[in-house]
Design a protein around this ligand. Structure first.
Ligand code: UTP
Length: 273
């Protein structure tokens, strides 16, 4: 029922310079798979097979990754290395991939607005691939959110508890619990000071958005940092309708930061050996 997942991937990834000078941040690998691969896997597991990417200049590697490399296939066909390509090959066969560009980096809200053409008038998932999420106990985070969407049919954001001194790095929500781990949002603020923060519940890079978000984003003025903030649009949605925040089950690595990236690498390496 939810078919499309949008992957905003137009950011500069300045925290990984100089690597991200010529390589999209989403292509940085955790072991042998790039971050974007984990994100697409999670969306597919949640039942979405229409993958839409918001890219920018210098992001061609993303398109190439989700295409067949005939030269490479030919080279390793019949050798004992062939299995190394089987996972990405299966992924390519099971999904469709569409790419559109954000010409100016005007924020996450603007990037999602660029996805309107890929989505149409339906609810859709959003995965920020630099947030790597896994749930060893069962269904992935997006899959868990789809189940909630099926019941409530409104916008859902994934949240987690963070240390108070970290609130300035996230969108922070507060509201009333409607079920265990599910909060109806009534307040939301992007990168607040410790004093301003209404709670320690931080939005991470997983969303299910209803399509009215596009109209709201079109009318959202640049906010913090001169960017069109998704948080501002979500607050408008919460005020006029309903937005739920879901405390997900599983683990999230902030792979947009060096610490999180190394932590994820070590975690997956230990899991693999
Ligand atoms: P970040 O805040 O992590 O920014 O964006 P960034 O540019 O990727 O990385 P740093 O901070 O410079 O190191 C969060 C997500 O939103 C996307 C990014 O690609 C990332 O997935 N984004 C952000 C866009 O697609 N467009 C924008 O204008 C801003």
């Amino acid at each position: 029922m939810l078919k499309t997942c949008i992957f905003p991937a137009a950011g500069y990834g300045t925290r990984f310079l100089p690597a991200t000078k010529a390589l999209p941040k989403e292509m940085l690998p955790i072991l042998t798979k790039p971050l974007i691969h984990y994100g697409v896997d999670e969306a597919l597991e949640a039942g979405m097979d229409n993958m839409g990417f918001i890219t920018g200049r210098g992001k061609r590697a993303l398109e190439d990754y989700f295409d067949i490399s005939y030269e490479l296939e030919h080279q390793i066909s019949g050798t004992k290395k062939e299995y190394l390509l089987s996972e990405i090959r299966t992924l390519i066969n099971r999904c469709s991939f569409t790419f559109t560009r954000q010409n100016e980096m005007k924020g996450l809200g603007d990037a999602i607005l660029k996805g309107k053409i890929l989505v149409g008038d339906e609810a859709f998932g959003v995965v920020l691939a630099d947030d790597l999420c896994i749930n060893e106990e069962g269904v992935g985070v997006m899959g868990q959110m789809v189940k909630i969407f099926e019941k409530y049919r409104c916008t859902i954001v994934a949240v987690m508890e963070i240390e108070k001194d970290q609130v300035g790095n996230y969108g922070i929500i507060s509201g009333n619990e409607v079920e265990e781990n599910l909060i109806m949002v009534n307040s939301m603020i992007e990168k607040p000071s410790i004093e301003e923060a209404p709670s320690n519940l931080a939005i991470i890079g997983r969303y299910i958005l209803t399509p009215d978000i596009f109209g709201i984003l079109e009318n959202t003025k640049a906010g913090k940092g001169g960017e069109i903030q998704l948080t501002d649009a979500l607050l408008a949605q919460a005020t006029n309708g309903m937005v739920l925040a879901y405390k997900f089950q599983g683990k999230r690595f902030d792979c947009g930061s060096l610490d999180g990236f190394v932590e994820a690498t070590n975690y997956f390496y230990k899991k693999n050996v």
